[in-house]
Design a protein around this ligand. Structure first.
Ligand code: SAM
Length: 462
């Protein structure tokens, strides 16, 4: 139940009056907990319905819609925000299935979607207080349905094209189920400023203890938290000692394995998540170029760079084609990371809207862009240097197929064994085959792919 009086005060009059007492009687004695919960649940249903109304237009990413909505409602308490976010994201995760369930019943289907989303958060008896008799009967009916009778794409809540592609992957059922779960939050300890064990202890002994901090199983820098901790308000975050980064992302960055004093290019640096780890692995020595075509994304990276204490990062906004600074670095970089723009389907736990916002056409465009960026970035790698291609997708056409096509067209590059490169750093991780492939069902991380390639040393070009 919400603990925000402000929200309750802000609840629509209809909601407040829907309890058992009104007017002078209500002022005479404090509301019972039942009445309070009724008001909170009724308000929350309306809020989820309202936010979904914007999200389901698919014009903007769901997290952007939610942030904007929350900024416009500054009086909501922390717990209200969490309930609202959990409710709308649950609907996005299970949208196709919920839409099928919402076909029955009376009144607006969007209200029934909101009820289904919140039914995973509120206790049934409490949620029921805010439902009319028809809705109660409908929810009871839905709860009794045998989901095994649903078509796989409906049961998995995926669009047909994606159900077909994911369904072809090994262990697809487990993968899809894992992608449909909410994710924990992974932190990376900035080894330039702190040590993981000490940070774990500090978290476990402070207010963060309620988020059950644990060391991540594979990454030596990772800490996993449960729930939705407000990490960006914590002092250790403000001091640059921790950053938010999924363990899978940490591990793929480790594949670059930069050394002190080298010249490294993070070719698609975006908001700098991987740049920060690369810089820390270089102990702030050498030169680390953070390239991106998006000024806005690099601008978001800059405060993170400042907090981190790294002094070796050079952020550069590049042109998508024929960039002069890129040309000047041809054949000069020891290592280049291409964290390519991708469908993001490996991050469905956090971004469930992506399965509804992507489509086969957008995937074709992304594949062409990935191939182009990989070719351009590869030109910066020095003879004997390393190129790492990575995505947060689980689809082979964005991953293995891209690498195979690149290697076929560029015989001066050869594939390295990812497992060999990271076995010392990620001791518990077994990587089978030359590629790194992280999955939520197998590793508890988001879905990531990475391939490490080496350019032939000088004089041995193909
Ligand atoms: C997957 S995101 C990068 C995420 C980032 N590496 C991180 O860890 O936070 C891909 C990035 O590629 C950038 N991008 C798109 N086209 C590009 C191009 N032609 N050259 C370089 N970067 C590009 C996008 O702006 C986006 O920031």
């Amino acid at each position: 139940m919400s603990n925000s009086n402000k929200t309750r005060r802000g609840a629509p009059a209809k909601t407040r009056a829907a309890g058992t007492r009104t007017g002078a009687a209500a002022r005479a004695r404090p509301a019972t907990s039942q009445e309070r919960f009724h008001a909170v649940a009724a308000t929350r249903i309306q809020q989820v319905q309202e936010v979904l109304g914007e999200m389901l237009q698919w014009q903007y990413p769901a997290d952007a819609v939610l942030s904007r909505w929350l900024r416009a409602h500054p009086k909501l308490g922390a717990r209200d925000r969490v309930e609202l976010a959990d409710g709308v994201f649950d609907v996005l995760r299970h949208l196709r299935r919920y839409r099928q369930f919402a076909e029955s019943g009376t009144g607006p289907a969007s209200r029934r979607l909101a009820i289904l989303g919140l039914s995973t958060i509120f206790e049934p008896a409490k949620l029921q207080l805010a439902l009319n008799a028809d809705e109660q009967a409908w929810l009871e009916h839905v709860r009794g349905l045998d989901e095994r009778g649903l078509a796989p794409a409906v049961r998995w809540s995926l669009p047909d094209w994606l159900a077909e592609r994911l369904g072809q992957l090994e262990g697809s059922e487990a993968l899809i189920q894992a992608l449909n779960q909410p994710a924990p939050l992974d932190l990376r300890v900035n080894s330039l400023k702190a040590e993981r064990d000490a940070m774990l202890q500090a978290l476990a002994e402070g207010p963060a203890a309620r988020f059950a901090p644990q060391a991540t199983p594979y990454s030596p820098w990772g800490i996993r938290l449960q729930g939705r901790p407000p990490v960006n308000r914590w002092p250790m975050f403000e001091r640059g000692e921790i950053e938010v980064q999924d363990e899978g992302s940490q591990i793929l960055t480790a594949l670059v394995a930069p050394k002190r004093g080298e010249m490294i290019i993070d070719y698609c640096a975006g908001a700098g998540g991987k740049t920060l780890l690369l810089g820390a692995m270089m102990r702030s020595t050498g030169r680390l170029y953070a390239f991106d075509v998006s000024n806005a994304r690099l601008a978001r990276a800059k405060p993170r760079f400042a907090r981190s204490g790294l002094s070796n990062i050079v952020p550069v906004v590049i042109d998508a084609d024929n960039d002069q600074r890129v040309k000047r670095l041809r054949g000069k970089a020891h290592r280049v990371l291409v964290d390519a723009p991708c469908s993001g389907l490996g991050t469905l736990r956090r971004n469930p809207d992506l399965k509804w916002r992507q489509h086969p056409g957008s995937l074709d465009e992304l594949r062409a862009l990935q191939a182009r960026i990989l070719r351009q970035a590869s030109e910066c790698v020095m003879p004997g240097g390393r190129l790492v291609y990575a995505t947060c997708s689980v689809l082979p056409e964005e991953n293995q197929r891209q690498v195979e096509a690149f290697l076929a067209a560029n015989p001066d590059f050869e594939l390295l064994d990812a497992g060999e490169i990271i076995k010392d750093r990620c001791k518990n991780l077994t990587v089978e085959g030359p590629y790194l492939s992280m999955r939520p069902d197998l590793h508890g991380t988001d879905g990531f792919f990475a391939a490490a390639m080496q350019r032939a040393p000088a004089g041995r070009g193909a």
